[in-house]
Design a protein around this ligand. Structure first.
Ligand code: PMT
Length: 219
């Protein structure tokens, strides 16, 4: 039987990718499946938490008594999370949020320019940083966990994000390693917390990673 050590806690989870629409048919996104976030959500749910998931577009389904807020873009995810956060005890932001969005072409489909060799230039605008915003408004007693997806300097980047986003814990994965990161059932984490504890975990099922991360945050 699962321990009910998150009983009565309100937990916010973000998961999946965001989609930043450019024209009627094209968008900017990434390969997040939402699996890591779903494992965090299910582990918290089984441990008794009152879970609300803010989900980018994925193929996942959730228990019917779990709150689910479907969103598409980073700005929609930001609006949902900043509305929910004041009422939460814990936040765990696993979503792969697009840092930039293309300046929209419009509501019609962009037509290919058929003259030989012609390319196009797309301009990008900056999206809000949801995790940083929640960290800045974190009140006494709230706990905030972030993830970091890196292709190098894993430990330095994890330390920088823990500090600049005012987190209690960060779980960093090197997405260039096989069996780690996007779209796989396993992950390999470097975990760092605001008390200075550092742990390198071996490759583990995401279900196991999620269970250990809640253990670590509760320590
Ligand atoms: O979904 P899966 O296929 O299971 O893949 C899991 C995962 C690779 C998506 C996951 O393990 C992971 O690493 N999630 C974080 C992805 C990410 O966007 O990392 P980042 O280093 O760019 O962002 C750092 C943190 O800030 C993250 O908690 C992210 O959710 C958050 N963020 C980032 C940008 C932004 N504009 N707003 C945010 O809240």
């Amino acid at each position: 039987l699962a321990p009910k050590d998150l009983e009565g806690r309100k937990v916010l989870i973000t998961l999946g990718p965001t989609r930043e629409q450019w024209d009627a048919v094209r968008f900017w996104s990434n390969p997040s499946s939402g699996t890591m976030g779903a494992c965090m959500a299910m582990a918290a749910y089984l441990r008794g938490a009152d879970v609300t998931v803010v989900a980018g577009p994925t193929a996942l389904t959730f228990p019917c008594d779990m709150g689910v807020v479907p969103v598409r873009s980073a700005r929609q995810m930001y609006e949902a999370c900043t509305d929910l956060w004041p009422d939460m005890d814990m936040g765990c932001l696993t979503a792969a949020v697009a840092d930039y969005r293309p300046v929209p072409f419009g509501e019609t489909k962009f037509k290919k320019n058929t003259s030989a060799g012609s390319g196009i230039t797309v301009e990008f605008e900056t999206n809000p940083d949801i995790l940083k915003t929640l960290g800045q408004s974190k009140r006494e007693g709230q706990k905030l966990m972030g993830f970091a997806a890196e292709t190098g300097n894993l430990r330095e980047e994890a330390a920088r994000k823990l500090e600049t986003k005012n987190l209690d814990l960060i779980a960093a994965n090197d997405i260039s390693r096989a069996g780690s990161g996007f779209g796989v059932a396993t992950n390999e984490m470097f975990v760092l917390d605001s008390k200075g504890r550092k742990e390198q975990w071996p490759q583990l099922p995401k279900t196991e990673v999620a269970w250990r991360l809640w253990d670590h945050l509760l320590l």
